[in-house]
Design a protein around this ligand. Structure first.
Ligand SMILES: Cc1cc2nc3c(=O)[nH]c(=O)nc-3n(C[C@H](O)[C@H](O)[C@H](O)COP(=O)(O)OP(=O)(O)OC[C@H]3O[C@@H](n4cnc5c(N)ncnc54)[C@H](O)[C@@H]3O)c2cc1C
Length: 579
């Protein structure tokens, strides 16, 4: 039984979300001046390391796998990633020069490196930052009397509400025996999952481009079969993961750069010379290239929030109204040159033509980025009707993501170089054919274009990103929590948006079903943010949103200690501490 005096918090998953939660909990506890000696924080993570999680894991990535945001937009708080790079500049230049050179190929001596807050650094470097800050904040917590326990290489298998708290069952990977511990509060920060099982396919298909080591051994096998022949490798998905897959496949070759550091050509080696890489997606284009934000005086999308916009327009805005406002905003600012149609159907005959245009950083793209990003940040998705949400998810989200989440210029230049070296080509699969890619025992065929053409592939890498359908979540923990009613899939009328149900729009507290009364209620124990939660993809998949969520959960947990230890203490007093 748990001691009544000790408050026990558990963070499940220590990727960016779990790390942000730990850092902000420690910060807020210290600021609260509470006696921390009766607080225990337990972290449970199935990887060896705490901090990087899936997208930033040094061991699973290549230096060429870049963050899709500039340094100043990626931090646990303030401009801390950049500050950390500056603090550790000399040490990093010595220890991980490859993670610096890739972003600054023009730098002759890496010892002279000056971190650039506008640059895109490798995700592995961001992972090292997260790992370092995780360790540092654990030390700070200990110095302030908190008890900390970390379980790594350890998977949480199940959980259940009890009268004493939330009982979590977890197991070390090498052990057959599970342990159960009871906590006052639990954060589920379990992040990304892959619902495609490798066992569904034979070894011609790779179900994820990560980790790099797996892709590399897969590629080696592909190249060994029928040694002298050209290998046609298809990549399904042209977003950031698809680009990572392409860069992984050509890792043994070399990009050449001009004196400004731009990638100008690709020099193939004995392996890459045999490759024909075909990038496939429904729209057939890569995301736009990220440029500096422009100042734009909004004329139609004038308000900061969607709620205010509806108030101003004096009516409920439908999905079509939103598309119309985007169209008007774009047309007005571009004197009619671009509108929604050009966003959904980029006027280019190929991905290469569009990449070449994007790489010149045209004003049009900066405008589209600005407008689409503003609309997403207005959080309009939550106000759509279920049938509109369904339509948005199936056919429109792709256009928003492709334009609102652009790629670094360096990646675009590398893709152009690969096209020009004759190694890369692209295919537009279209939105109509669900089975454009057919994998049979004897063949792998991609059907595309009008009139229809066919492409026979030797290998296929699935890199189309995250499916949010909870019914296909592969982990026992999530399956079991949903089966027990401790979590609920978020459903609106009959449409399941993907992700779990939370209390209201701005809370991260999970909803549950009481097993006795079948009533839906707020879980007294569980919180969650990140990929597992509803609307994440549409509203909160950027670093600052994770930080905001971590601060909110930390605030709830500190509040819980106040309630437990000083029930007479009002929340307003506590809020003053965190202000
Ligand atoms: C390829 C890729 C690139 C991205 N690049 C960027 C970028 O450049 N910039 C940006 O802002 N965003 C980026 N994102 C978005 C990304 O979602 C967030 O930045 C963030 O890293 C998500 O962190 P997380 O902690 O929620 O999830 P994750 O990083 O997935 O971490 C979850 C952790 O939980 C652990 N875990 C899961 N289940 C269990 C269990 N049952 N028991 C114990 N441990 C468990 C996992 O091992 C993992 O370490 C990227 C996403 C992807 C997929």
């Amino acid at each position: 039984m748990q001691s009544k005096n000790i408050t026990k918090f558990c963070i499940v998953g220590t990727g960016f979300s779990g790390t942000a939660a730990l850092v902000h909990l420690v910060k807020q506890l210290i600021a609260s001046k509470l006696d921390c000696r009766n607080i225990e924080v337990v972290t449970i993570e199935q990887r060896q390391d705490n901090g990087p999680g899936h997208p930033y894991c040094n061991e699973e990535l290549l230096p060429t796998h870049l963050c899709n945001n500039q340094t100043y937009m990626m931090a646990l708080f303030d401009n801390d990633f950049y500050d950390w790079l500056c603090e550790r500049r000399t040490e990093l230049a010595k220890k991980v020069p490859d993670l610096i050179k890739v972003t600054h190929p023009d730098l002759e001596d890496v010892a002279l490196w000056q971190p650039d807050q506008d640059a895109f650094y490798p995700r592995a470097l961001f992972g090292l930052y997260l790992k370092a800050r995780f360790t540092q904040y654990c030390l700070v917590a200990k110095e302030n009397g908190m008890r900390l326990r970390h379980f790594n290489d350890c998977q949480v298998l199940d959980g259940q509400s009890t009268e004493e708290g939330f009982a979590l069952q977890f197991r070390q990977s090498a052990s057959l025996n599970a342990t159960t511990q009871v906590f006052d509060k639990v954060l589920l920060a379990t992040g990304h999952w892959n619902s495609i099982k490798q066992s569904q396919y034979d070894d011609r298909v790779l179900t994820s481009p990560y980790p790099y080591s797996r892709l590399n051994s897969w590629l080696t096998k592909q190249l060994q079969q029928g040694k002298e022949t050209t290998k046609h490798i298809c990549i399904k998905g042209m977003g950031p993961s698809g680009i990572d897959a392409i860069l992984s496949l050509v890792e043994s070759g070399q990009f050449s750069h001009n004196t400004q550091g731009d990638a100008t050509a690709f020099i193939a080696d004995e392996h890459t010379i045999k490759l024909k890489i075909h990038a496939l997606s429904r729209c057939g284009f890569f995301p736009a290239v990220r440029d500096k934000r422009i100042e734009h005086q909004f004329k139609y999308l004038t308000e900061e929030t969607f709620f205010d916009l509806e108030q101003k327009q004096g009516k409920r805005l439908t999905l079509d109204d939103i598309l119309l406002l985007i169209d008007k905003e774009l047309k007005d600012a571009s004197e009619g040159a671009i509108g929604w149609h050009e966003v959904a159907h980029p006027p280019f005959s190929s991905a290469l033509e569009k990449l070449k245009y994007d790489a010149t950083l045209p004003q049009d793209n900066a405008l589209i980025h600005n407008v689409l990003l503003r609309v997403r940040r207005m959080k309009f998705y939550r106000y759509l009707k279920p049938d509109e949400k369904q339509r948005y998810d199936s056919v429109l989200d792709t256009h928003f993501i492709r334009t609102a989440v652009p790629i670094p210029l360096l990646n675009a230049q590398k893709l152009i170089a690969l096209f020009e070296a004759g190694i890369l080509s692209s295919c537009q699969l279209g939105y109509e054919h669900k089975d454009a890619i057919k994998v049979t025992k004897t063949d792998m065929v991609v059907t595309f274009g009008q009139p229809q053409k066919q492409l026979h592939a030797d290998g296929l890498i699935l890199a189309a990103g995250q499916s949010f359908k909870l019914a296909r979540h592969p982990d026992n923990l999530v399956k079991s929590l949903i089966a027990r009613g401790e979590l609920r899939p978020h459903t609106e009328q009959n449409y399941q948006t993907g992700g779990i149900q939370l209390l209201g729009y701005e809370s991260y507290r999970a909803m549950r079903t009481d097993p006795n009364t079948q009533q839906v209620q707020v879980s007294p124990y569980l919180s969650s943010f990140g990929v597992l939660t509803r609307y994440w993809q549409n509203e909160r998949n950027f670093a600052a949103a994770f930080v905001e969520a971590a601060q909110s959960v930390a605030h709830d947990w500190v509040d819980h200690i106040y309630q437990k230890t000083m029930p007479q203490h009002s929340r307003t007093d506590q809020d003053k501490v965190h202000a």
